[in-house]
Design a protein around this ligand. Structure first.
Ligand SMILES: NC(=O)c1ccc[n+]([C@@H]2O[C@H](COP(=O)([O-])OP(=O)(O)OC[C@H]3O[C@@H](n4cnc5c(N)ncnc54)[C@H](O)[C@@H]3O)[C@@H](O)[C@H]2O)c1
Length: 372
């Protein structure tokens, strides 16, 4: 049985931790030894004693975690300070987003570790089960952040999203009706906003029409109609995704001039370049900026601000995979089938995910031909 290490996340404004106490409990019941760095749960409101009570051992430093674990479980990609701690033969299970970071890829190839990336594991329907919970969180948060920033002191136009009897509610336009878009629509509709949601897939629009209440209008994503609705919107939420590609830009700088001053754009798709031309990544410490009088919120790791919810949500999704990795090892994990095996991005110095390899024009090794 493997030793599993859970280091403290060191990325700025990151409140999540790789495993909740419930995850620790399940794995320790299986006989795993789980090393948690002291204070790792602080950003998620989980204290060391909760981890101890669930069966973890507390260790004093990240060095102790990395040096003594077969399997490292994290949230964010390793940062430069962490590269040298990762060693040959170790499995690292976390979000990597390799295609966006050649330096990280080179460091992980050089380390000789096996890197299993949350974001590339698929289920049998081709969905991304370890990304879904974070999109659920970000979609719901997008409306709450948008609503808060519509308030005058936050830089908005001084609007209460729900309206009140006798005063109109806010007009919310959501671009993209996938996981983020659906979750945003649910919350905006629940608050009483007038919601329009755009998607390019007719099947998806039919589904949205079936499950969402009447104050949400699903519309086909045609540029002219998007422009018309965006110009009238109080809050625009960017939630498009074209898998493996940059987000399509659906709102141009010139559109902002037609919007009311103090309207708000929350571009959740910022991590794929954004669906709004004027979007640039921001942080939780400094989340907004104005362009053409419109307030932009473009935080690239929104779930990090609600560390507790996100940690529990992430562990719910990762635990079945982690259980296989810890109990049965990498070989059995890969033999679960191609959708799961797509998680293996780097193995002992070789790149083995086609998307990562093609992003840098590198050779892609077939995981079935590697010695595991
Ligand atoms: N900022 C954050 O913290 C954060 C957190 C979670 C997810 N995200 C990002 O949010 C984005 C959306 O994620 P998701 O899980 O909802 O993806 P998803 O695949 O579930 O949904 C994307 C939707 O966009 C639609 N779409 C594609 N092109 C379109 C177009 N031209 N017009 C309208 N709709 C179009 C697709 O049909 C699909 O329904 C991704 O970029 C994801 O990485 C960001």
């Amino acid at each position: 049985m493997q030793v599993i290490g859970v280091p403290r996340e060191i990325k700025e404004d990151e409140g999540r931790v790789g495993m909740s106490p419930a995850g620790v409990y399940s794995l320790s019941e299986l006989g795993c030894q789980i090393l948690v760095e002291r204070g790792a749960g602080n950003g998620s409101g989980i204290d060391d004693e909760e981890f101890l009570a669930s069966g973890a051992e507390l260790v004093d430093s990240a060095d102790d975690v990395y040096a003594n674990s077969d399997l490292i479980v994290k949230v964010k990609e390793p940062l430069k300070e962490e590269y040298s701690k990762i060693r040959e033969g170790q499995i690292v299970f976390t979000f990597f987003h390799f295609a966006a970071d050649r330096g990280l890829l080179d460091a992980m190839v050089d380390s000789g570790a096996s890197c299993v990336a949350y974001e590339t594991i698929e289920d049998r329907q081709g969905r991304l089960p370890l990304l879904t919970p974070m999109s659920e969180v970000a979609g719901r948060m997008a409306v709450l952040e948008g609503s808060k920033h519509l308030e005058k002191p936050a830089g908005g136009r001084g609007l209460l999203i729900s309206g009140i009897p006798g005063v109109e509610s806010a007009r919310v336009v959501i671009l993209g009706g996938g996981v983020v878009g659906l979750n945003a629509a649910k919350i905006a509709a629940g608050l009483g906003a007038q919601v329009t949601i755009f998607d390019i897939s007719l099947d998806r629009l039919r589904y949205l029409s079936d499950v969402l209440p009447p104050n949400v209008i699903p519309l086909y994503s045609a540029p002219q109609l998007i422009r018309e609705k965006v110009h009238q919107a109080d809050l625009v939420i960017g939630a498009v995704l074209v898998r493996g590609d940059k987000a399509p830009v659906l709102v141009r700088r010139e559109d902002l001039a037609h919007m009311n001053d103090g309207s708000v754009i929350v571009d959740v798709a910022v991590d794929q370049g954004g669906s709004v031309e004027t979007c640039k990544p921001t942080t939780h410490s400094n989340p907004t900026y104005h362009e053409e009088g419109v307030l932009h919120y473009c935080v690239a790791n929104m779930p990090g601000a609600v560390g507790r919810t996100s940690t529990y949500a992430l562990t719910n999704a990762t635990l079945p995979y982690l259980t296989t990795l810890a109990r049965d090892g990498l070989k059995v994990f890969l033999n679960l089938g191609t959708p799961t095996a797509l998680g293996l991005n780097v193995h002992r110095g070789k790149v083995c995910h086609p998307g990562v390899a093609s992003a840098f024009e590198l050779a892609c090794e077939n995981y079935q031909e590697l010695s595991v």
